[in-house]
Ligand binder design. Sequence first.
Ligand code: AMP
Length: 282
Amino acid sequence: MKIVRTIAEMRAAVAGLRHQGRSLGLVPTMGALHDGHISLVRAAKTACDAVAVTLFVNPTQFAPNEDFSKYPRTFEADCRLLEAEKVDLLFAPDTAEMYPDGATTWVSVEQIEDRLDGVSRPGHFRGVSTVVADLFHIVAPDKAFFGQKDAAQVAILRRMVRDLHFNLELIVCPIVREPDGLAMSSRNRYLSAGDRRHALVLSRALRAVEAQVQAGRTDAAPLIETGLRILAEEPSVRVDYFRIVDPDTLEDRPHVRDGALVAVAAFVGPARLIDNLLISAL
Ligand code: AMP
């Protein structure tokens, strides 16, 4: 695996792969890798001749009061995992490389970026869409791989790819969970043993909603009530949102009959965790 720090080097390395006629898959990450990330790498390996992973903790997607400075950084361990997966290129630039002095250009996916996590994390998705657009320009992959775990991010990036005519296919991979149901996340490292137990209430709430949908209940209001009732079983968990929305626009849906995204965000100990359930049209 070639580790690349600069945009110029990355462009040259990609040109080398292209010269050999190889297709290229891109997996953007912020590091602190776990099996969720690795599932994206494996999907990319299966679908493309070569795989590039990017590792960049993007400062513009963190608000000043958020966890940018303490976000887990485990570069050596990440490299070992990616080596074992036979990743071709690891692009790990520093902030000055990605944001040249005086950078003032943003990619904003208006309206959608202000929904779901965008409500309590203003500016977050503008940071995400800007850095991902930048990575798409630098790497120019055939396919880019993202996790369903970040469902709002998926909606925003899909819209961005469509609106700005990026010449790539966006592939979304399923949520990877711990055996007890907790969605894997780099932020799970923040949880104490007690927090870790309490955090299970998120997936439990989603499963309760899923069971009700399977039993034929499709109106959003009582389904949301069910989710909130389960979440209330852990009083130390503070709910940010529990919503049933259109997976593309992130607008509230009155029922799930045409398919819907059931999404939750909650504060557990020092971590803000998200999880979701995608319901297909009935
Ligand atoms: P991050 O490093 O948290 O920015 O995540 C990088 C990519 O991994 C994003 O596309 C995430 O959606 C994806 N990802 C994170 N956690 C999971 C998970 N548990 N299952 C599947 N994909 C995930």
